[in-house]
Design a protein around this ligand. Structure first.
Ligand code: ATP
Ligand code: MG
Length: 473
């Protein structure tokens, strides 16, 4: 067959058919194979029970989510997913026993899961038709065949995300699927089938029942996709956005107008366009673009001449985004970065700033975030419809930053300090310490590469370098 299947995968298929088990490649792998996209993870399903799968692989191990250090036996049967992981050169392959699901509770978790030996039943519990195609062997000796009971191949051809069977029931069973549908559409550049979309709308509120971590993971996948803008538009139109990001929803309808301003877009639309034009794919940077003006809702005022202003919106926005970060359970590093990108997004890119102004900017934004901050600015400008002079200005400012970075900031930025001097030379605090540091600073000013600890330590140990003979304590 014409599918590009790596030998590791063929190996798995052969191992199972040799033991007379059914074995199929399923889920995203089949979808991406048919689309000609790179397959990220290979997932399999089989009628072999977990213990039989383990027998096939001496190096197979139970799903780490439920393994907790135990091997076989009891805890194994607690594992309702019965997934066995197998390490390969292509990462971990997950092999799951085919199952059919019963009723769901709390819009997320099936109450019961039963094994089945009918691949069609396993496919029927999957979320979307494009994810419900299997490629595999029913029995030993049979050629690779596509099993596609829900016509997912046609939806791949037509570029449609469609729920398997009744969309209303599927979303009520598991509300994570609401946002998954929109995420897949954004990643694949697909449309959502109108009936499926109507069901998302109808059940949008159920997204509240999904854990924030799962929502965040889907949101971030959506944000880093090629169609992040369309994805957020879909989230909004479906009614999911007001539930998960009410602060962003509140930006729609707020316009900066007045004699001094001629803004074309309201803050919501501008935020979406800023996201669209952000040149980086990092979801956190894109999230920052989307949220950069979120403080405008609370700071909007009209001044005496009828101009709409948003004083301190970056400060207020920073505070709001800290709450959002908490809600989505972002890590400390992610929170810090998101905060800084919003708190300091109003920086000026004028290249004739003083060194100390440039340094202050770097310190506020954080050196590691400077290029991301620039990406947010590019999005902000392009997303505001005023763009032509942006790129050369930013390039000039970047050069300015590089220039300033080449110079050590002050004596305090030397890679050694007074304590090092005193310890190495065994001297007490006094003018001598300052003199030595000044001399080192003068050298480093000439050549920034000399600002490394090894060189500077060597220098102070060199008697010919010292200004006068240090007095012993
Ligand atoms: P990707 O890994 O590229 O995001 P994927 O399709 O592989 O996409 P996974 O989350 O890895 O998505 O899930 C693998 C498969 O499991 C899906 O293709 C789908 O068939 C099924 N699946 C996953 N989550 C659900 C769900 N919430 N409801 C129903 N089926 C699901
Ligand atoms: Mg996957």
């Amino acid at each position: 067959m014409g599918y590009k299947i790596p030998s590791e995968v063929k190996n798995i298929l052969d191992k199972f058919t040799k033991e007379k088990f059914q074995i199929y490649i399923v889920g995203g792998a089949v979808r991406d194979l048919l689309l000609g996209r790179e397959v990220k993870d290979w997932d399999f399903t089989t009628d072999a029970k977990p213990e039989e799968i383990l027998k096939i692989f001496s190096d197979g191990f139970l799903d780490r989510r439920s393994q907790k250090g135990s091997t076989f036996g009891e805890p194994f049967y607690d594992n309702k997913f019965g997934t066995v992981g197998v390490k390969t050169n292509l990462g971990i392959f997950e092999i799951t026993t085919m199952r059919k699901e019963g009723l769901y509770k709390d819009h997320r978790h099936p109450l019961e899961v039963g094994w089945t030996n009918k691949i069609e039943q396993d496919l029927a519990r999957r979320d979307f038709t494009v994810n419900a195609i299997a490629l595999g062997k029913h029995l030993r000796g049979e050629v690779l065949a596509i099993i596609d009971p829900f016509d997912g191949q046609n939806d791949i051809k037509e570029k449609i995300i469609r729920a398997v069977e009744d969309p209303n029931i599927r979303f009520q069973e598991d509300a994570l699927r609401l946002i998954r549908a929109i995420r897949f559409a954004a990643q694949l550049g697909f449309e959502i089938d109108p009936k499926t979309f109507a069901a998302i709308k109808q059940n949008a509120d159920l997204i509240k029942t999904v854990s924030p971590d799962r929502v965040r993971d889907e949101l971030f996948k959506l944000l880093s996709s090629d169609n992040a803008y369309e994805g957020i538009v879909n989230l909004r139109e479906s009614g999911i956005l007001p539930v998960i990001l009410p602060e962003l929803e509140a930006c729609f309808g707020i316009v900066q107008e007045g004699p001094k301003h001629a803004r074309v877009y309201d803050i919501g639309k501008h935020s979406l366009l800023a996201l669209k034009h952000t040149p980086f794919t990092d979801p956190l940077v894109r999230f920052a673009s989307l949220l950069h003006d979120i403080g405008k809702v609370k700071t909007v005022k009209t001044d005496g001449s009828g101009n709409v202003t948003f004083y301190n919106h970056e400060f207020v926005g920073g505070k709001i985004v800290l709450e959002i970060a908490k809600r989505f359970n972002l890590s400390k590093t992610q929170t810090d970065k998101l905060y800084r990108l919003i708190r300091w997004h109003m920086f000026s890119v004028s290249e004739d700033q003083t060194d100390s102004a440039v340094r202050r900017f770097i310190k506020n934004v954080g050196l590691e975030n400077v290029s991301d901050m620039m990406a947010v600015r590019v999005g902000d400008r392009l997303g505001g419809g005023t763009a032509t002079e942006t790129s050369w200005r930013i390039e000039k400012y970047k050069d300015r930053i590089k220039e300033v970075l080449k110079k050590p900031f002050s004596i305090a930025d030397l890679k050694i300090n007074g304590a090092d001097v005193m310890k190495t030379l065994n001297i007490k605090p006094g003018p001598m310490v300052g003199e030595i540091l000044q001399k080192l600073f003068a050298e480093v000013l000439e050549d920034a590469s000399k600002n490394n600890r090894e060189y500077l330590m060597e220098k102070i140990s060199d008697p010919t370098f010292l200004p006068t003979k240090p007095t012993k304590p």
